[in-house]
Ligand binder design. Structure first.
Ligand code: GLN
Length: 477
């Protein structure tokens, strides 16, 4: 039996010193997947393929020509295209759909000799905060099986938490990587919007969508980001900004002292679980003792962030999801009589309740009579939020908030009240509304042993600095 590796560097060390092989490593993860099947993490496990690829990469390691990610076993949220493999955004409407090509991020992982182990459960079309909106049933939190893992990338978070793979790729439109990372006690990174190509990522809210990374530590996230980020001819919105060598920059120890702001109202929010407040205050005190400057700031626009997100994200979703019409992809209702009934029945039977609610909301805010009152207005507020945050980030290096108002809640606890569920994103959507990079870091556990998370947000394309500081923050006593 292999142990659970805390870092990919240790895996590589053991691979190169012949203590282990990729084959043994893949078998180890497969055994964990098998023994924790009840968590409902994977929708497909590519066992034979992963083993075959492991053998090829073991050979490459022997010959000394293996890629940078040789031996990194990765899981993919069910929103990322992996050629000739099923893909359905945890939705019935994509039943039977098979990817025709690799997402750019997936292609880059493969080119660097990573091994893909399977497709992970999530909320349908990445809409949700608990993984309960999946057509395949919820994923369970590994610490307490009566609780949710967070969402929408719940399966991807639990896979890393329960050592079913070393790293997962998820997507973060309003917090879907950071929020489950906090609920599962791991690291969750949402890079700057446009840092990673969205080619091959199923669209939800295109102006918010980001591929994100789940890992057990900062170094693994930095290395994976360095491989998958950067210009791509298939995505005209991706940034041309050069991608720094995050991982080697990170290996140079930095004791740099930073200017840190925390948002006072997030800590005073009545929705915040008191233990999370105490833990964040303790970290802030330690940062001060460590020589960083720490200041409380007001951000009066905070109350508008969540409504702005839910207006714009649903508007974009209603447009993006219009392509699932029963003609081009996946499921088609068998009970139809003509073209119109085919569209209607396919969409009514294929989409789950939450996705239907979002499409209706989005269609409403885009409708001729309400476009100005909602959509246009929300666009203006979005610009204001971004401008104000950018101003603050001239004065401060980072803005700290809790990642989530509470620790992992019980299955079913919020599923009858959508607004309660949307509140789970209270602190995470800000970074998506503004397009800024943000990371969730583990911050101990509450009284009943559930993980808590702290979120750090930085200015556009400042991931290097964000990684350096994250390391310091994780190393605090
Ligand atoms: N929970 C948020 C939503 O339901 C965010 C989802 C996400 O980031 N994909 O929209």
């Amino acid at each position: 039996m292999l142990k659970a590796y805390a870092t990919f560097a240790q895996i590589q060390h053991d691979l190169h010193s012949k203590k282990i092989t990729c084959t043994a490593l893949v078998k180890h993860y497969l055994a964990n997947i098998e023994s924790k099947k009840h968590l409902n993490v994977f929708l497909s496990v590519y066992a034979d393929e992963a083993l075959a690829r492991a053998a090829v990469i073991d050979e490459k390691i022997n010959r000394g020509n293996a890629g940078k990610l040789a031996g990194l076993v990765v899981g993919l949220k069910d929103v990322l295209c992996y050629e000739n493999h099923p893909l359905q955004a945890s939705s019935k409407i994509l039943d039977g759909f098979v990817s025709q090509f690799n997402a750019t991020a997936v292609q880059r992982l493969l080119d660097a000799d990573a091994i893909i182990i399977g497709r992970q459960n999530c909320d349908e079309f990445a809409m949700g905060s608990s993984n309960e909106n999946s057509a395949f049933g919820p994923t369970l939190n590994d610490i307490d099986n009566t609780r949710v893992p967070g969402g929408s990338s719940g399966g991807s978070a639990v896979a890393v938490m329960a050592d079913m793979c070393q790293v997962s790729l998820g997507s973060d439109t309003g917090g879907s990587v950071r929020q489950p990372a906090a609920f599962c006690g791991i690291v969750g990174l949402k890079p700057t919007y446009s840092r990673i190509s969205r080619h091959g990522l199923i669209a939800y809210g295109s102006s918010f969508d980001c591929i994100g990374i789940f890992s057990k530590n900062i170094e693994d996230a930095a290395l994976v980001l360095e491989v998958i980020a950067g210009a791509d001819e298939y995505d005209s919105t991706v940034s041309q900004t050069p991608v720094p060598a995050f991982s080697s920059l990170l290996s140079a120890a930095s004791e740099k002292k930073y200017r840190i702001a925390y948002m006072r109202d997030t800590l005073q929010s009545p929705a915040l679980q008191p233990e999370i407040k105490t833990a964040i205050e303790k970290s802030l005190d330690q940062l001060k003792l460590d020589g960083h400057s720490v200041a409380g700031i007001e951000f009066p626009l905070n109350e508008y962030v969540l409504p702005t997100y839910y207006i714009l994200a649903t508007a974009e979703a209603s447009s993006n999801l219009s392509r699932y019409d029963g003609v081009r992809y996946g499921y088609r209702s068998p009970n139809t009589t003509d073209l119109e009934s085919m569209y209607k029945k396919t969409r009514a039977e294929g989409f789950g309740k939450e996705v239907q609610r979002r499409i209706l909301l989005g269609t409403y805010v885009l409708s001729a009579s309400y476009y100005d009152a909602y959509y246009n207005q929300a666009q203006k507020v979005r610009r204001l939020i971004r401008e104000k945050l950018k101003e603050l980030l001239k004065e401060y290096d980072f803005i700290i908030t809790p990642t989530t108002p509470t620790t992992a809640f019980k299955l079913g606890e919020h599923s009858t009240n959508p607004v309660e569920m949307y509140l789970a994103d209270l602190f995470s959507v800000q970074a998506n509304v503004a397009g800024l990079p943000a990371i969730s870091l583990p911050l101990g556990t509450d009284k009943i042993g559930l993980p808590m998370g702290v979120q750090v947000m930085a200015d556009d394309f400042e991931e290097t600095k964000l990684f350096h500081f994250s390391k310091q923050l994780m190393n605090l006593a």
